[in-house]
Design a protein around this ligand. Structure first.
Ligand code: FES
Length: 250
């Protein structure tokens, strides 16, 4: 296709969007993140992995004629005609300071650091806004019951984008509270991963020195081939799945 035809094709599929109140025409298939860059914005903050896992790109938008305010990840949400966009590079939420080594893995530790937990009115806005479909209200309820392990499990997919806090009627930062629960549960309540200590000892003992040396000597193309042909994780049924097993730890 020649340049003129390509330009015409792109132009024919352009949609109007509004970024910080200014109108732009952008190709319709772009994500919000790419549309903003297409319009000339450069991300200094509010952008990380570009793949929906780091939580840096929370975005707020409205659609023309629609009373609702929408939220999403800029790197995952595709633009729609007449979208009004604003970026939240960082959601200002209080995060408690604590000494993890001396923190007891008890409900009281969480209650003391985050007493606002009990301001929850169970409106469930946090769950509805979560781009990762985390059952936020469920883990908040688990925390209120003092069940740190359940809160850690339920919040496992949280990417710390802060959108839950942005809609909370109780003005709390659910994602920070859940992070504390995961740290306490993972670091102090879960069984120690004995195999991890053994693996570290094996590595330090040189068990993989030849393998690593071989990898380091490969070209980029050879590395790609080895990566593509590597042994994949074994398939697991839903009832066998645990957060640890999904990461090859159990
Ligand atoms: S840039 Fe990481 S989630 Fe969007």
């Amino acid at each position: 296709m020649d340049t003129a035809a390509l330009t015409e094709k792109v132009a024919a599929k352009a949609v109007p969007i509004y970024i910080m109140g200014k109108r732009y025409e952008v190709p319709e298939a772009l994500t919000i993140m790419k549309a903003m860059e297409y319009a000339g914005y450069q991300y200094i903050r509010g952008c990380g992995c570009r793949g929906g896992v780091c939580g840096a790109c929370a975005t707020v938008y409205r659609k023309a004629g629609d009373y609702k305010i929408y939220t999403g990840l800029a790197c995952q949400t595709v633009v729609e005609p007449d979208m009004y966009l604003a970026q939240i590079p960082f959601y200002p939420a209080n995060r408690a300071t604590y000494d993890f080594e001396s923190a007891e893995p008890t409900p009281e530790t969480v209650f003391k650091l985050y007493p606002e937990l009990f301001r929850c009115v169970a409106c469930n806005a946090c769950t509805k806004v979560c781009p990762m479909d985390v059952e936020v209200l469920d883990y908040v309820s688990a925390l209120k019951r003092g069940d740190l392990k359940a809160a850690a499990e339920i919040s496992f997919d949280c990417i710390q984008c802060g959108l839950c806090a942005s809609r909370c009627m109780g003005e709390m930062a659910q994602y920070h509270i859940a992070q504390l629960a995961r740290r306490l549960a993972g670091g102090k309540l879960a069984a120690k991963a004995e195999h991890l200590g053994k693996m570290c000892a094996d590595i330090e003992g040189g068990a993989f020195a030849d393998l690593l040396g071989g990898l380091k000597s490969m070209s980029v193309d050879e590395l790609k081939k080895v990566y593509t042909e590597r042994e994949m994780e074994p398939h697991m049924g839903a009832d066998e799945w645990t957060p640890a097993s999904s990461h090859g730890l159990a």
